[in-house]
Design a binder for this molecule. Structure first.
Ligand SMILES: [Zn+2]
Length: 55
């Protein structure tokens, strides 16, 4: 099976330790554009909808 992880992107875009909600949203927005190894968690996507962020 072909892997969907974009290793290069992950190596240059590490999630900060103890990220704030804003940092998590930013990370997942960039992540969804560059890699498909995981989906945006439900709670986070709800928060993004509340803020009117399209993804
Ligand atoms: Zn990924």
């Amino acid at each position: 099976m072909k892997t969907l992880i974009n290793k290069e992107w992950h190596e240059t875009h590490r999630m900060p330790q103890n990220p704030t909600l804003d940092q998590r949203i930013d990370w997942h927005l960039e992540h969804s554009k560059n890699c498909r190894c995981r989906k945006i968690p439900g709670k986070l996507s709800e928060e993004m909808k509340k803020r009117g962020i399209k993804f």
